[in-house]
Design a protein around this ligand. Sequence first.
Ligand code: PEP
Ligand code: MG
Length: 587
Amino acid sequence: MASFTLQGIPVSRGITIGRAHLLRPAAMDVKHYLVAQEQVEAEVERLQRAIDAVQLDLQSIWSELPTDAPTELGAFLDVHALILSDPMVSEAPLDIIRTRHYNAEWALVTQVDVLSAQFDEIEDEYLRERKADIQQVAERVLKVLTGSADQLPRAVGVDEQNANMIVVAKDISPADMMQFRDVAFTGFVTDEGGTNSHTAIVSRSLGIPAVVGLGNASHLIRQDDWLIIDSDAGVVIVAPSPLLIEQYRQQQAVLLKARKKLGKLKKTPAISLDGIEVTLLANIELPEDAHAALEAGASGVGLFRSEFLFMGRTGVEQHLPSEEEQFLAYKQAVQTMKGRPVTIRTLDVGADKPLEHGEHNILNPALGLRAIRYCLKEPQIFLTQLRAILRASAFGTVHILIPMIAHAFEIDQSLAMIEQAKESLRIERIAFDENVQVGAMIEIPAAALSLPMFVKKLDFLSIGTNDLIQYTLAIDRADHEVAHLYNDTHPAILQLLSMTVSAAEKAAIPVAICGGMAGDIKLTRLLIGMGFRELSMPAALLPEIKQEILNTNIAALEPSVKKILRTYDPQVIQELLAEVRELRLLH
Ligand code: PEP
Ligand code: MG
């Protein structure tokens, strides 16, 4: 078979080489035949048995959910169990067998087609998307019927030929994902999904290579094909030549060795060659990610994207998380971090992170009612969250971070709401940290251009470069058509960063970077040369950023960094950046 390469979205790190284990998107193109009259009841029973088996299977996965399983997984399992017990799914196909004499698979697919067509008509986008859940449930039943249920070897990640196994799927359902946690698969490849899809989150938290959003990889790749995943590049090489496998094995060995070496730095503080300490923090999406943060040696959590507790909620969990549920989640992260600071960002929904039941249909969501704008319009939701965060502050060091602020009144109103939440806790005699620090994200150019407004009223700043770049360069960060214009070293961005670090320095308040630039090793020297002393990034990136800092003499960088900030010529910026990166071991 000829080798070919697929390009997708990189969501994790590293290289893995192994054989494809295809999770078939169940053959919806099933066999069609009519069963004889005397066989009808046996056929009905066959389908009933398959439905019962899947129901049992879902229950047993539910009951075996580890305590650290992402909360939405349980909710998804509930939804699937509910769908399966709905007469439209569990009984209607039995009637089709009885009345039309279709075989069980055909009857099930026929009914799913009818239901899918009805879902397509639904106006509400959220409900319309539930079609996928019905299909996933039907696929599970079909797999039992056709005897093609995925045979996941328990607790082994290698086949009999000692090859690592890589899961290839259209998408990975939550139920399947739980099984992968027990089985040491060494990579994930999916047709669908984006940077923050389930697969992406799980693969990052497990620290295994993955590429998502590959289009039709699951059709192009065959069972047992050899694959190379180059996760950093977002590339999957199918059927590579033995020579290429050997090259990647060598590269993998080098990476593994380097990673092992980096692991030894866990307890080493990130101090430059000229003795300047840089605080390295981790970004987390769910409370359980705090373990990876600790493991990577983070000094704290610089960004807890709390909106992940609010998104993707279905079934019994479809309402927003209660104060108690949020409190437990924040407390879990805070306790895991054992006294290290945890910066919890208040709800940053909207645009690319819509709430399932929130406001859709906004003309231009990135410029719409998102983040703090949404929270100030929904004070009850905001207050509930603030109370939960404050309650968690009694169990460690918590900082509150407000996203997307551009106006002075937004700062004032946010601070007033925090005070209101505190007062309600005082009245109820519930413990919290009276001195909890409050900071703002600098991610709108207007904020970076009016820093005196911020530094006077807030305890710290944190720059969200992802949005700062989007809004400064006027490019939608989620639109691949303009992805080539997303340029983090555009002079405008560098100026805004430099202005922010200077203003914070002058006001003597800390400033961090928590957007993607903080975890990009190509920019580490530039950023610390500009004066940044706090960087927050995905935990997996932290060790190599630390190593870069350990190998840098910050004072020696300063002349080149000054030159970068003085020029407006992109070409010269790139040349100077390369120079800065190449300055090796400056003692
Ligand atoms: C950012 O905008 O850089 C940021 C850290 O926030 P998010 O990516 O969650 O919008
Ligand atoms: Mg942002």
